[in-house]
Design a protein around this ligand. Sequence first.
Ligand code: SF4
Length: 579
Amino acid sequence: MKVILARTAGFCMGVKRALELVLKAITENQGHIYTYGPLIHNPQVLELLKERGIAILNPGEMIPDGLVVIRAHGIPPQERAALEAAGGRIIDATCPRVSRVHAIIRRWARQGYATLIVGDADHPEVRGLMGHTGGRGYVVATSEEVAALPELQDVIVVAQTTQSGSQFNSRVAEIQARFPQARIFNTICDATASRQGEVQELAQQVEALVVVGGRNSGNTQRLVEISRNAGIPTYHVETEQDLNLEEMSRYHAVGVTAGASTPHWLISNVVSTLKHAWLFHPGSLINYFYRAWRFVLKSNLYVALGAGSLSYTSCLLQQVSPMWSYFFMAFFYVYAMHLLNQFTDEASKFNDPMQSMFYGRHRLFLLSTGAVSALLALGLSLYLDPVAFPFILVMSGLGLIYNFKIIPERLATVTHIARLKEIPGSKTTFTAVAWGVLAALIPVVCSDQDVTWSTAIAFFFVAGMIFIRSGLFEILAIEGDRVVGKETLAIALGKERTLNLLCAGTIIFMAVLLLAAWAQLIPSLGYALLICGLYTLGYLTLYRQGILESGLFLETLVEGNMILAGMLAFLWDPFHYIF
Ligand code: SF4
């Protein structure tokens, strides 16, 4: 199935700004934080904010202290004054484009003009606009409401910023027929207008359209209306779980758009699920194969196999005889730690709901195999060399406490860091170092060989590959991670800069391999492993160009690089197989 994603889908500037102001307040630990009404109309994001302790204040409700965030829709000035009088501190996240409409209304209201607002009377933005009309405001949504207006002299007309263009034009025509002197201000936001225009364009190119967004989000509902009016089957979903895949698999081309309050991770999941809709013919062979593959990938068996492969590769890079025990120690350790992290990762249910459901369904199996794997990794390290045991023990301990509060409260208020995961870029760095120790350092320690330059290069190779892989996964999870308060590299640097860093890192690790092989610090396998660097640059470029979306295929491709390294090592010296 061809899936066309609208360029304008997802958070608009005003929503992004409001969310960022709230997250900044959380990070700065500014005490109790409330949003004045739901911050955005998206239940998944609201649930995340609730988990971070953000309470919702109902309009008219007051608090004696704490911080109140005024959402992007804005509020009536009377309610703002009441909040200030009650003593609450205020962060004004009103979208600048909504503030501009407030200013227009105030300016003309001061001159005695009545304001006609084309919009939905119950919408919070319209309630806010009404507050600036000086008591001379009227909301009109239908022809009947225009006809029922009293006789007015001086009139201005504005639009709710997310109103549909055709609805606004129809009401304006009726208003001008009654009040020819009316001054018209088309205040529909550009973001809304282009989002709606794109739906009309898409409707010409696809057989069906999927609109992602909250059920009570006005601008999402309008996108649904516009698409239905364009005459194509339209599906309004909140998450990919609302998709009827059997029905969707009938289409050859489907468009996807989203409301202004829909986070990128939900859109990505819908796009990725649609791309795989053809696999969902129940009972087909490919369906069984797909499910089996998903199990291998989501259970972490695939990434664990990658860890074993990297251990094998780095043994050959250091000319250490590879052994099954090294392979399995890496395999069991990575399997156990990945499971542990994913079970304690609050963001995964938002970033990857499919994975979260999978973990819920196979909880017992995964937890028990994870615990057995951790014991096997520790047992193997003890059996191989008593020196390897403390390495594995310390790394397992760090993995266990990574998500838990370990910094005393007093210190945490100064450093703003209570958990290891809150150190910016910690996950990518810790993971890369842990894999380097596991795959490059432990085999050389256990084999009683000296630590040489080749160990440093093998360590750099493994840690570099894992740093780049984890960095890309952090980019994919950036919005969910930001909302749950993770301090990832992608959040610290931003998507573009992180991608640049990953590309630069890949080029550096290729140069190091090339020079080390040329200087004979490592065997000629170093030349062959340059293919892994090219492979990495390939998937980073495809992702940057939007050709690769998050989902099973991307995961398979990225994790496959480690297996590729193992295969190259095996082909380089097939007689040095593990024994
Ligand atoms: S749709 Fe436009 S006006 Fe409304 S919050 Fe977004 S950017 Fe602001």
